[in-house]
Design a protein around this ligand. Structure first.
Ligand code: 13P
Length: 337
């Protein structure tokens, strides 16, 4: 029953299971310097390395965070960074029982020949970068590509997204990193939930086709899908029950039970909305661990509460812990508001 075992096979399975453990999910804190700059600007701070370090020190040092968070995705700068107090951020995470992860994609660029769509770069040199990140303590990684509904998606864009993810996943596994496979279907648009569902079915069919073709070991990957919701500008909104029904239907049709964990992105949903939707999806047993890998839906209140002021650090950490705990309960289907 060998499925392209590879030197790291057992470790990959173990890492994936640790991340997909009951009541826990992922803190996405891997904003690129440009995106992190936007977050800092929203609280009136300059986008300096010192400010990024201060905020990320705050996040990883939340006492007790490891009870609710099993993995943290970092941007390259943070993987090699120390806290304000001079301790390696990777070591702080490991002491908290949190697996360090790394964003390995190199971001989006226009996809020539498409309808104004994009593709994700980063395959060149990925093997050596992944090996170096492993040496630095990373055990999982993320590659985010996007699919736009209003701009298509064209068959070309979907194929490129799926193929890129599959190549990335195979290379990551070869170097000991559990790949998070993330084709984000963007929320933007006026389309209804049925259209999102149709697009998601196509995207995931292709992603798994190419993952199989590249001999990726499904037991050693994690997925990061968008929830199936109406477009952000669609007038008809969906209840958490409806989002859960559509999203679970999609997962059942497209995702093999060999995959250990499905860690949703929040994609611009409000903090509470993201928690309620996750909770609704965990009202009955699922074949996979269904959990969170949120950035904005974990960090928003925390960031605002902090506001860049040292005297607000504890209150900001408390705010993060409240969201982490709420989503932990939602992972267990026990969130009551
Ligand atoms: P959001 O939860 O803010 O969508 O970010 C998750 C993420 O890491 C997207 O790649």
């Amino acid at each position: 029953l060998t499925i392209r075992a590879g030197a790291y096979a057992d470790e990959l399975v173990k890492t994936a299971k640790t991340i997909a453990s009951p009541g826990r999910g992922i803190l996405a804190m891997d904003e690129s310097n440009a995106t992190c700059g936007k977050r800092l600007a929203s609280i009136g701070l300059e986008n300096t390395e010192a400010n990024r370090q201060a905020f990320r020190t705050l996040l990883v040092s939340v006492p007790g965070l490891g009870n609710y968070v099993s993995g943290a995705i970092l941007f390259e700068e943070t993987l090699y960074q120390s806290t304000v107090e001079g301790k390696k951020i990777v070591d702080v995470l490991v002491e908290q029982g949190i697996v360090p992860g790394i964003k390995t994609d190199k971001g989006l660029v226009p996809l020539a020949g498409s309808n104004d769509e994009s593709w994700c770069q980063g395959l060149d040199g990925l093997a050596s970068r992944s090996a170096a990140y492993y040496q630095q303590g990373a055990r999982f990684c993320k590659w985010r590509t996007v699919v736009s509904i209003p701009n298509g998606p064209s068959a070309l864009a979907v194929k490129e997204a799926a193929w890129g993810l599959a190549r990335y996943a195979a290379i990551s596994q070869d170097n000991g990193l559990v790949p998070i496979v993330e084709p984000e279907i963007l929320l933007d648009g006026e389309h209804g939930i049925d259209e999102t569902f149709e697009v998601a079915q196509k995207v995931w069919a292709e992603v798994f086709f190419y993952l199989a073709q590249n001999n990726v070991m499904f037991e050693g990957i994690l997925l990061k899908p968008s929830m199936v919701t109406p477009g952000a500008e669609c007038k008809e909104r969906a209840t958490p029950e409806k989002v859960a029904e559509y999203t679970l239907n999609l997962l059942h049709r497209r995702i093999p039970p060999a995959v250990p964990g499905i860690m949703f992105l929040s994609g611009g949903q409000s903090e509470v909305e993201a928690t309620l939707n996750l909770n609704a999806m965990n009202q009955s047993p699922n074949p996979w661990h269904v959990s969170f890998s949120y950035a904005r839906a974990l960090q928003n209140t925390c960031l605002k509460t902090w506001g860049g002021r040292p005297e607000n650090v504890s209150a900001a950490q408390e705010a993060l812990l409240i969201r982490a705990k709420a989503n932990s309960l939602a992972q267990l289907g026990k969130y009551t508001g």
